[in-house]
Write a protein that binds this ligand. Sequence first.
Ligand SMILES: *[C@@H]1O[C@H](CO)[C@@H](O)[C@H](O)[C@H]1NC(C)=O
Ligand SMILES: *[C@@H]1O[C@H](CO)[C@@H](O)[C@H](O)[C@H]1NC(C)=O
Ligand SMILES: *[C@@H]1O[C@H](CO)[C@@H](O)[C@H](O)[C@H]1NC(C)=O
Ligand SMILES: *[C@@H]1O[C@H](CO)[C@@H](O)[C@H](O)[C@H]1NC(C)=O
Length: 439
Amino acid sequence: MISAASLTALLTVAALAPRVASHASIWHNSMWGFNVTAQTYSYDNRAQVPLMNMPFSQWWFHGHLDHPPNDGDFFELPAGGAANAEISCDKGSTSWFASSAGGNAGYPTDNVCVGQPMSEYHTTGINDLGGCGLGIVYESDVTQVNPEDFAIFSTNATCPWTLNTDFQVPAAMPACPDAGCICAWFWIHRPDSGSEQMYMTGFRCKVTGASGTTAIGKPALARRCGADPANGVQNATPSNCTVGPKQPFYWDQTEQNNMFEGLYSPPLYTDLYGYVSGAQNDIFQAATVNGVKVFGDNGDPVPISAPPAGSGSSSSAAPAPPASTPAAAPSSSPVASSAPAKDTPAPAPASPAPSSEAPASSKAAPSTEVPAPAPSSSAVPTTAPSPVNPPPQSLAAVTTATITTSQAPASTKQCNSSKKRSHGAKKRHLGRRLSHDLH
Ligand SMILES: *[C@@H]1O[C@H](CO)[C@@H](O)[C@H](O)[C@H]1NC(C)=O
Ligand SMILES: *[C@@H]1O[C@H](CO)[C@@H](O)[C@H](O)[C@H]1NC(C)=O
Ligand SMILES: *[C@@H]1O[C@H](CO)[C@@H](O)[C@H](O)[C@H]1NC(C)=O
Ligand SMILES: *[C@@H]1O[C@H](CO)[C@@H](O)[C@H](O)[C@H]1NC(C)=O
């Protein structure tokens, strides 16, 4: 029996709680942006808000470099042990709820998104998880950290599934400098539930119980090398994997991507990209592909020994411009050439990988002849693929000084999947999405 008073209290809580607490982040007082609320920025830039189509300043450390953790707050990484991270749609349902704007929103719980459907953390079930990873840089000054410095030292392929998520820490991890290391949590979900996007939450970390003295090697780009039945690849190709230290995936942004896979073939922290779930014990060596070092002793990429015809000359160094649909592209990025159209087969990015073989994603853009999965009963709108959850008007109107385009900040379009895409991919994806809670 609920009394009128407690009902009122409940309704009040509901009214005060963030209305849509979707998507997810790790939460810890060592993170950048720990106390950022939906109002701190001119757009909702809380850590759980996904990153897509953003300029570098907005996606790097989630744009939170001006919200550092307090001195002395570290996330501890026990060498050879497991670190528990709390991953949630809402800080209020983690052990850090006391400093959440909405107060306790379900803590204690092991539910990633309390009271919300799985689509809020972008999965259709336990077999539809893309994994997530933790990266580290042995540097204490965050301003000295560059994207290519991060090495993924731990992944959890069944992430995010529970709020409490374990990350195994390699036993050989050396100690950090006294002022700590810089870490970050990275996540890209599978394409089956929700808009394509990336997550990055930076935090200060420290290795405890360290006895290792060998430094992590220079991180290389991970390569797609696992079985990928959804894209017609039945068997893994281990010789195509990058072995050793690997960079995080920077994807789906307007600047400084290092991955150019199509929107429906996202790079994932799973065996699809050579990540065993758990500790990455192979990071204390040089990165190799098929036994060949990716970087030479001077740190430069080793020249490609047998480039495919036509791909080695300097004239083709720059990625070709998108072949079509330039109008739909978020075109005004100052470094637009770094982001080829995502639906066109990716030109091999200026990649240190020794071989540039086939363009990444013949699989990324399914041929338009392939019949789209019959989209159940209702007619498929042929124009806009998914008018899902349009952003609140007030947010859509917001712009920030750092954005040079006239677009609203990408984060306000967190549920807007109306991205440019090939007709085939559009239909295929729409077919899939129709069966899910659109988000
Ligand atoms: C976050 O807020 C809590 C309480 O409101 C405060 O104690 C803590 O110092 C804040 N942390 C940061 C990093 O601002
Ligand atoms: C991933 O996290 C879950 C939940 O904490 C845990 O049960 C599992 O062992 C972790 N996987 C690995 C490989 O550490
Ligand atoms: C090898 O990896 C590259 C880079 O990720 C990818 O483009 C290519 O499709 C992969 N080839 C195979 C056979 O998996
Ligand atoms: C989604 O974003 C595109 C451009 O990025 C815009 O044209 C479209 O109106 C938006 N759709 C919704 C539903 O907000």
